[in-house]
Design a protein around this ligand. Structure first.
Ligand code: ZN
Length: 371
C-alpha cells in the first residue's frame, strides 16, 4: 500500500469536532457511539487495495467525517473511486446498524416521527416513481417491484395504492413491522439475507441509498442481478460525487462524509461496477439516479479508469477553494429568509437549470422517464 497524504483542509484532520449541527437526541447517541468505539465494542479493519480496480496506490483526503468520527477517506489513484480505508469489520457492521445507526442519523427524537416524515417525503415524489413504471411498461398487479433496504415501505406504499404488486426487504425488524401494518409484504433479510428473496421473481428491483453502505459493491450488484430475470430492471440511487460542485452536501466533501458510507461514487466508477455486474444503462443522471437493465451475468473484472483520479481530485479541490462558498452562502441566505426546506430544494434545482446545460437536459429526461 502506498498512500499519499493530501488532506483537503483543516476541517478534514482528525480533530474529533463535528462540523454539522446535531439535535439533543443525536448528541446523546454520538456520545454513546464514541464510547463503544473506545471500549472496542465497534472495531475497524484495514482495506489495503481499491475494492474496484485492486490498485494499492491512493491519496488520503480526509481523516474525519462531518460528525467528528475518525476514519480515513481515500481516493484510488487507479480508478478514482473514493472509499473508506478502514471501515467497520463484518461483525461490527452488523452491530453498528442494529444498535447505533438510526439514532445517530435521525434528527427526530421519536422513531415514529422520522417514519412519518419519510412517508410524507415519498408521497410527494410518487408522481415521478409512477412515471418510471409507466415508462418501463410495468403491468399493474402482475409485474413485481422489490425494494431492498426499503425501510418501512415509504417508497412502495404510493405504488401499491395505484395497484402495483410490491414487496419490500429490510434489516430493521421495527420498520418491517410498520410496513406490514400498512399491508405491504416484507421480508426480514437480517434473518435470511438475499437468499430469502430468490423466489420472488421481480421485474424491477429498487436499491435506493444502499450500495454505499456495503463492503463490496460488485458483490451486492451481482446478488441483485441474480434475483432478476434477463431483461429485468434495477433502479439505483447513491450519493453523487459529481453533484458536489452543484451544491450537493452544501458543495464540499465534508458534507457527504459519514461513518455509515464506505463509498462515494462518481458516474464513471459506478457505470464500471454496473457493467461488471451485468447491467446496461437505460438512463443515468449526474445525481446518480440510474435505471439499468440486466443483459448479462456478472463477471468481476477490475478496471483502471485513466485520468479519473486526477479529475476527481481536481473536482474536490475546486469545491473546497471556490464553489462551496456559493452554495453555503445561498443556503445561509435562504435560512435567514426562513424559506422552508422543501422550497429551498426547489429554488436550488431551478438555479441549477439556469446555470447548467446538463441539469436542463437531465430535467427533460426526468420528465420523460421519472428517473
Ligand atoms: Zn480503484
Amino acid at each position: 500500500m502506498n498512500e499519499r497524504n493530501l488532506l483537503l483542509g483543516p476541517i478534514y484532520a482528525a480533530t474529533g469536532r463535528a462540523t454539522t449541527p446535531l439535535s439533543t437526541s443525536q448528541k446523546d447517541a454520538w456520545e454513546c457511539y464514541f464510547k463503544a468505539c473506545e471500549s472496542g465494542i465497534l472495531t475497524r479493519m484495514l482495506v489495503e487495495q481499491c475494492p474496484q480496480c485492486r490498485t494499492s496506490e491512493r491519496t488520503l483526503v480526509a481523516q474525519t467525517d462531518r460528525y467528528g468520527d475518525r476514519f480515513d477517506t481515500v481516493l484510488c489513484d487507479g480508478c478514482g473511486l473514493i472509499y473508506t480505508a478502514n471501515p467497520f469489520d463484518v461483525e461490527s457492521t452488523g452491530r453498528f446498524y442494529r444498535d447505533y445507526y438510526r439514532s445517530l442519523y435521525s434528527k427526530e427524537g421519536s422513531r415514529l416521527q422520522a417514519v412519518e416524515r419519510m412517508f410524507a417525503v415519498n408521497r410527494e415524489k410518487a408522481a415521478a416513481s409512477l412515471r418510471m413504471l409507466t415508462y418501463l411498461g410495468l403491468r399493474k398487479g402482475e409485474d413485481l417491484i422489490l425494494d431492498i433496504g426499503g425501510g418501512a415501505g415509504w417508497f412502495l406504499h404510493p405504488l401499491m395504492e395505484q395497484g402495483y404488486a410490491v414487496h419490500g426487504a429490510d434489516y430493521d425488524a421495527e420498520l418491517i413491522e410498520i410496513a406490514r401494518s400498512y399491508g405491504i409484504a416484507f421480508t426480514d433479510i437480517g434473518d435470511v439475507g438475499f437468499a430469502g428473496l430468490k423466489d420472488l421473481k421481480p421485474k424491477l428491483i429498487v436499491l435506493r441509498e444502499v450500495l454505499e453502505h456495503t463492503l463490496d459493491p460488485f458483490q451486492q450488484l451481482a446478488d441483485v442481478n441474480a434475483l432478476l430475470p434477463m431483461g429485468g430492471y434495477l433502479y439505483l440511487t447513491v450519493p453523487p460525487l459529481d453533484e458536489l460542485p452543484y451544491g450537493y452536501g452544501d458543495g464540499r466533501l465534508i458534507g457527504l462524509l459519514q461513518n455509515a458510507h464506505n463509498f462515494l461514487f462518481d458516474t464513471k466508477v459506478l457505470q464500471s461496477y454496473l457493467h461488471q455486474a451485468g447491467f446496461s444503462i437505460i438512463a443515468c443522471r449526474r445525481n446518480l439516479r440510474i435505471l439499468v437493465q440486466k443483459t448479462a451475468v456478472p463477471r468481476r473484472s477490475p478496471c483502471l479508469i485513466p485520468g479519473n483520479a486526477a479529475r476527481n481530485l481536481a473536482l474536490l479541490k475546486r469545491c473546497e477553494t471556490r464553489t462551496q462558498y456559493i452554495w453555503r452562502g445561498l443556503s445561509k441566505f435562504m435560512r435567514v429568509l426562513k424559506i422552508p426546506k422543501q422550497d429551498q430544494y426547489y429554488i436550488k434545482a431551478l438555479l441549477l437549470r439556469i446555470v447548467s446545460s446538463t441539469a436542463r437536459r437531465e430535467h427533460k429526461l426526468f420528465l420523460e422517464t421519472g428517473v
